[in-house]
Structures are given as C-alpha cells and as structure tokens.
Design a binder for this molecule. Structure first.
Ligand SMILES: *Cc1c(COP(=O)(O)O)cnc(C)c1O
Length: 432
C-alpha cells in the first residue's frame, strides 16, 4: 500500500515512511492510495473469528510486508489485549465500551499499535526518534503509556493547562523517564498549532527526528477501524446493522469507521456527536465549513475547533455533499445537556456515562427519535472514573475509584510550564 499526501505536493510513501514522518513534507495528511475490499466470504465469517485474527486481516493490506507477519501478529496481540464489550442500555441503545485499556480511553488501541510499529522500525534506525504530540486530554496518557520505556524514543507532550481532568493530567505527567510533559498556557488548538510549526521548522527537524503521534499519524488512525468490526461482531442482528454514533473531536475515530464501512463492513449510518465545538454538525446542515477557536467543555477530549481528520472524511466520500449527508449526521450537545443526560441515564438504568459518552448517547437518542425502527450503539470512549470530578456532583454519589487510579492520583506531577508561543517550544526542542 502506498500513501499519498492530501496536499498533493509530496511523493508517495509506504507504511513505514508514513508512520515515521507522521505528516507529509508538504504538511498534508497521508491517505491510502486504494481501499481494500473485504470479500463476501470473509464478512460472513468474521463474527466467529477472534479479535486478533480480525484485526490482523483488517490491517494487513495497509502494512503489507513492511512488518513481517509474525511481528505484526505480536504487535496486534499487544494492541487488542483488552475486552471491548457491547453493553445494552435500553431496547434501542447500546454502548461499545472502549475504555478497558491501560489508560481507560479508546486511544490506547491506536497508541499501542503505533508505539509498537515505531519501536520495530526504530530498531533498524540508529537514531533517536522524538514523538511530538498535542493532547486535548486522552491522547497524552495513551501515548505516554504506550511509549513509556521504549528504547530510542523520546516523547514530548503538549497539553493545555487547566483544561484536562486530574486523572488525565497525572497519566501524562507522572511517568517521567523518556516522557516529557509541557504544560501550555493556552488551548488545545494552540498546542496543536505549535506542534505543526515544529514539524514545518527545518532548524528543528535538522537536529531532531520528529514524528507525530496525533491521530493524523496513519499508525494511530488505521487500527481504530478494529472497534467497528468488534461492534458488528457482537451486534444482535447482522441483517439489520446498527447506526453507530461516535463522540468526535479531531474526527480520527469516526473517519476510521467510515473507512471500515467503505471496505465492506455493514453499518447503517454514522453520527458525529460533538459538544459545543460544532464545526462539523454546522457543515452538515449548511454545506459551509468554518473552523473556529475551540471552546472548553466538560467533554474536553473533543474540544477541537479545527478537526484535523475531517479532510480525510471528505476525501473518503469524494467531497460529494449529497453522499456525505446520506452517510453522516451530526449533533451538538451543550454541557448542560451533557450533565442532565448523565443524571437521567444513571437514575433510570444504573449505567454511568462519562461526559464524552454522554454526548454520544444523547446524539444517538436524538437521531433515533427522528428515525423510528432503527437501533444503534454509541462508542463509550472513556471510563467515567477519569472524570469523577465532573460526575460526582452530577449524580450526587461517589464514583468508585479503582486502586490503580488512586495510586496514580497520588503521584507527583512533573511538567514544564510554557506559554502558547512557538519560540519557547523551539528553544526547548533545541536545548533538551
Ligand atoms: C480523543 C477522544 C475523543 C475524540 O476522538 P477523535 O478521534 O479525536 O474524534 C472522544 N472521546 C474521548 C474520551 C477521547 O479521548
């Protein structure tokens, strides 16, 4: 498989180069040259296969022989080694729980796959690789955990000060060793902008081999397809596929779902569930795409005003607005609606939503209200305990904190404070 740049000014590369570079030299996102088609026979068989075998078959055409089969099987085994149960909440709505990985968020899958691929490629290079990443909340922890202690890889994480939860902050600041956290006095968009500038700055890239672990990296983006196969595998009625609702920020996750669907996976419809950062729902309404400055919300991992991966969604659907509208709906949910749905679902069913899942739940419910006779699932992208500070006042009860999380909260935070200023980041990268 070759990957081309969506800016069209860089040469095509294979899986290895696209993974190491993160972004193409012309600053475009890499995109697969062709879409693998799953056969009818495979689609009939996969619900009876193991998650590992499914994941291997799905990712193989994207990696080809750039990683040998036994290595790729080992990487997959370490990537999908936690459960992803589909939990029924009521007659029409189920949750696909993606938070059973080590940092309690769905990003563990992409981060684990990517760190292991990069570790494999780094063995051949005798040069240190620096993973530079901006996080709005969960990426940092998943990336930090995925790369912790990996030889030859330094990780520099930028996060917006005061805009991530206390559990999230500890997940990315407490590890130390090869993991460095920069606490930026600004928003996630500022962090993302600074990271983009560093990649474009040859005085930095001449000195350090930089790669991105944001969802623009194909090695994080592509394995997210697995969830959608795991959802359909557990779906009650394969003749009537579900509507799938995805809490969205940078749009990497939902974009992977659409990719899986275009490869043949039956999914009835997609819903982009957004908080007040609603560029995409407004686009789906008006056809006008206007990125905005991000505003902070309770579902902070979705506080993105200019979603990087949406351009891939447009590309997958050939920029055809009618086709896009047919496959994708969007809803925007306020913080007040988020807390209110957390409370009512808890009281009525005993299911505890995290703020991101709550945005997903309510968006799905709205769609189903407008579309009778359909059923669906939303992706529950984070464990509610990560947001206990938000949830406890809402349900007026204590959220039980697992011992592993309590131990983490008690660790000291190690971060370097920094202004939302590229020059400061540049100095840091050149000095350290
Ligand atoms: C990152 C994240 C999202 C948004 O995913 P994207 O792929 O950026 O759209 C949603 N929920 C949680 C908990 C996240 O960490």
């Amino acid at each position: 498989m070759k990957y081309y740049s969506l800016n069209g000014q860089s040469p095509k590369v294979g899986f290895k180069d696209a993974t190491i570079r993160g972004q193409a030299p012309d600053k475009g996102l890499y995109f697969p040259e062709s879409l693998p088609r799953l056969t009818e026979d495979w689609l009939n068989r996969f619900p009876h296969m193991s998650n590992e075998d499914i994941a291997f078959d799905v990712i193989r055409p994207y990696v080809e022989n750039e990683i040998p089969e036994d290595e790729l099987r080992r990487i997959i085994a370490e990537t999908v080694n936690f459960p992803t149960p589909l939990v029924r909440i009521n007659d029409r709505i189920s949750a696909l729980e993606l938070f059973h990985g080590p940092t309690l968020a769905f990003k563990d899958t992409g981060a684990r796959f990517m760190s292991r691929c990069l570790g494999y490629f780094a063995k051949a290079e005798h040069e240190k690789i620096t993973v530079l990443v901006a996080t709005s909340g969960d990426t940092g922890g998943a990336v930090a955990h995925g790369f912790y202690g990996v030889d030859g890889v330094e990780v520099v994480i930028l996060y917006p000060s005061g805009k991530v939860s206390s559990v999230q902050e500890k997940q990315l600041t407490a590890l130390g060793k090869n993991i460095h956290a920069l606490e930026i006095n600004g928003t996630f968009d500022d962090c993302q902008q600074m990271v983009k500038q560093a990649f474009a700055d040859s005085s930095v890239t001449a000195k350090r081999k930089l790669t991105s672990a944001n969802s623009i990296n194909i090695a994080r983006w592509l394995p997210q397809q697995f969830y959608y196969f795991f959802a359909i595998k557990q779906w009650e009625d394969l003749k009537n596929p579900p509507v799938i609702c995805v809490p969205s920020g940078n749009f990497g996750n939902i974009c992977a779902g659409i990719l899986a669907h275009l490869s043949g996976l039956p999914i009835k419809h997609f819903i982009a569930a957004c908080n007040s950062n609603d560029v995409v729902p407004r686009y789906l309404h008006s056809g006008q795409y206007h990125p905005e400055k991000a505003v902070p919300t309770l579902s902070n991992a979705m506080d993105v005003g200019n979603p990087s991966n949406f351009i891939r969604v447009l590309q997958l659907l050939e920029n055809n607005f009618a086709r896009i509208k047919k496959l994708l709906s969007g809803y925007s949910i306020t913080d007040r609606e988020t807390t209110s749905i957390i409370r009512s679902v808890w009281q009525e069913t005993g299911y505890l939503l995290d703020p991101h899942g709550a945005v997903g739940y309510l968006s799905l419910q709205r769609y189903l209200d407008e579309n009778p006779n359909q059923k669906g699932c939303f992706l529950e992208t984070a464990h509610p305990v990560k947001f206990y500070d938000v949830i406890e006042p809402v349900i007026q009860e204590k959220v039980p904190v697992p011992a592993s999380v309590q131990a983490l909260i008690n660790l000291p935070k190690k971060s370097t404070p920094m202004g939302a200023d590229y020059e400061e980041l540049k100095n840091y990268l050149l000095k350290n």
